[in-house]
Each structure stands twice: as C-alpha cells, then as structure tokens.
Design a protein around this ligand. Structure first.
Ligand code: SF4
Length: 329
C-alpha cells in the first residue's frame, strides 16, 4: 500500500521512483531531474521529470545550484566569450535596458557572468557557455485511486496539457490494484496520456514500488498550439526545467514544519515521507504549517545537544534533504 491516505505521500514516492528508474520501458542515457508542483501560471503539475543530457547536466553545475530565472537566462545564454558592453552583447530584450542592467548585476552577484567597468559602461563576459542540458520534459499527475470519477476530473487538465504541448509527454501515475486498467477508465483520459501503475505489492514498507506501463503516451506536438511562438515555448520550457533543477522534489521541507517537535521522516517505499507523531499518520503538506493546532516548537534542549550553531533536529532534517538533493545533482 502506498504511504498514508494523503496523495502527498504517493507523490513523494512517485518522485523518488522516477529519480531512480525513469524512463519506464525504454533504454535511455538521460539523467532524470525530478521536481514537484511546478508549471506555469495556468497549470501546475504534480511531478515533473526533466530528461537531461548527462554531460550537459554536469556543465550546468557551473552556474550554481539555484535556478536561473528568465532575466538571468537572457544574460547568461547570450554573454560573450570576450569582454563587451552588455548592450552590444545581448539581444534587444523588448523591454527597457535598465531591467537588463539590473539582471546583469544580479548575474554578477551570483557568479554566473563576469562584469567590469569601462568608464560608464558595464562590460560582461561569460564564465562558461550555457549548456543545452534539457532533452525532454515529462509531466506526471499523481492519482493513487484512479477510479472513473477521478479519471473524468483529470481529463480536462490532461486535455489542456496535450493541447499546449509544453511537455513532451504527459502521464498519470496510479497505484496498481492487481486488476488491469479498466478500458472504460482509459476512455475518460485523452489517448495521448500515458498511465503508469506503481505496484507496492507485498514489499516491505521501505522497498521501492515496481512500475508497469498500463498505457503508453504519445509524443506531443509542440507546433499544434499556436498561442505561443516556438521561441516563447522553448523559453518557457527552459524556465520550467531551470526551476526543476533549482528546487528538486525534496523542497517540501521548506514549506512544512520540520522544526515542530512532532515532525518525523519515515522511509516509505524508498522515499522519506513526513510523519506526524502527534497525529500518528502521514500529514499533508498543507496541514503541516504554523496554523496547525498541534504545532509545538522543538524543545530548546534539542538545539543544544552538540549543535548550538547548526540548529536542532528540524535543521538536521533540512540538511539531510538538501544533501540528498545536492548528491543527485
Ligand atoms: S503537529 Fe502539525 S505542524 Fe507538527 S508535525 Fe504534525 S502536522 Fe506538522
């Protein structure tokens, strides 16, 4: 059984499985970069898998662990190999140059370009070529209980994903029931969407699930939607990939309360999933907040057990997840 009643636990297990085993049923040299709850203003996906070129992904590390936003990407991708005035070097952004100038200063502060002054002029030079690290983007919706009504509820969202084709593939991940997926259920989903059944079987609580492809997805056609130009679409995709790179899927700990005395992480189906000792169950990300009626700060004594500088167990959990995120990179 997947961990807890909350879809949140299932989502974390899906992310961990994808990190280890993506892509299903296909030989590939790509490295999966996995993130959760990312997308555009109009559409947020549960899980994103960016299939990355391994060498180019290594080269991306030169630009640090944090995501490059669209303004920084404009500077970094166009920065020249030799010193040049930034207005000569960068393409006209289509908005006032003073915003570009601010982005140049931010890029310099992040160490992702070099700058120097020549009189009044700011010159820039790249620290390295920005690599072409994104091969494909895959969006996954997590629905552990994929019954007919859940499939119908998802259908519109998936149809929108298929129409916009911002991702190369869309999938629904569900918990395997032992039965084959009902044809009637598949009828409710767009045929282009893949269905992935994660089987938790009789495995022990900490074993990763087995995955079976119940329906193969179609490769989406990015030219089918004309609301964005090809360049705008490519820019949006790269922004999404950058955000996935910067946040990963373990960043849930930044919005939950690992500093609560009841917060624990339990190994479930291969992933660390938050557990609330006060409620004796896996809590959702939304309820584990400062507004939780059972929240109690971790006792001050926990902070003094040999880690007066590093902080208490809550900080330790954050460090553990951050270290795992770094190791994946
Ligand atoms: S008591 Fe509330 S804040 Fe504390 S771990 Fe449980 S859900 Fe989170």
């Amino acid at each position: 059984m997947y961990p807890g009643d909350a879809e949140f636990g299932f989502e974390l297990v899906t992310c961990r499985w994808a990190e280890r085993a993506w892509p299903p049923d296909r030989e590939s040299t790509t490295v999966p970069v996995v993130a959760r709850q990312l997308g555009t203003q109009r559409r947020r996906w549960d899980t994103i898998v960016v299939e990355a070129d391994p060498d180019a992904l290594d080269a991306r590390a030169t630009f640090g662990e944090r995501a490059l936003d669209s303004d920084l990407l404009h500077v970094v991708r166009n920065a020249p190999a030799e010193w040049a005035w930034y207005r000569d070097a960068l393409p006209d952004p289509g908005y006032p140059w003073r915003y570009v100038r601010a982005a140049v200063h931010r890029a310099d502060a992040r160490g992702v370009v070099e700058t120097r002054r020549d009189g009044n002029r700011i010159e820039i030079r790249r620290v390295a070529p920005y690599p072409d690290w994104v091969r494909r983007i895959v969006a996954i919706e997590n629905k552990p209980d994929l019954d007919a009504s859940a499939a119908r509820a998802l259908a519109d969202q998936l149809a929108h994903d298929v129409a916009t084709a911002l991702a190369d593939e869309v999938w629904v991940a569900t918990a395997a029931t032992g039965a084959t997926v009902e044809p009637a259920l598949l009828e409710d989903l767009p045929v282009e969407a893949g269905v992935l059944a994660l089987d938790f079987g009789d495995t022990s609580a900490s074993d990763a699930p087995e995955a079976r492809v119940a329906w193969h997805p179609a490769r989406l056609d990015p030219t089918s939607d004309t609301s964005l130009s090809a360049d705008e679409k490519a820019a949006k995709r790269l922004e999404i990939a950058e955000r996935a790179y910067g946040s990963g899927w373990r960043s849930y700990v930044d919005t939950m309360r690992p500093d609560c005395r009841w917060f624990e992480l339990r190994d479930r189906a291969g992933a660390f999933v938050p557990w609330c000792a006060a409620k004796s169950r896996h809590q959702t990300a939304a309820e584990c907040a400062g507004s939780c009626s059972e929240f109690q700060p971790e006792p001050p004594a926990w902070r003094t057990r040999g880690w007066p500088i590093e902080g208490g167990p809550g900080k330790g959990l954050k460090r553990l997840l951050a270290a795992r995120r770094r190791r994946r990179r």
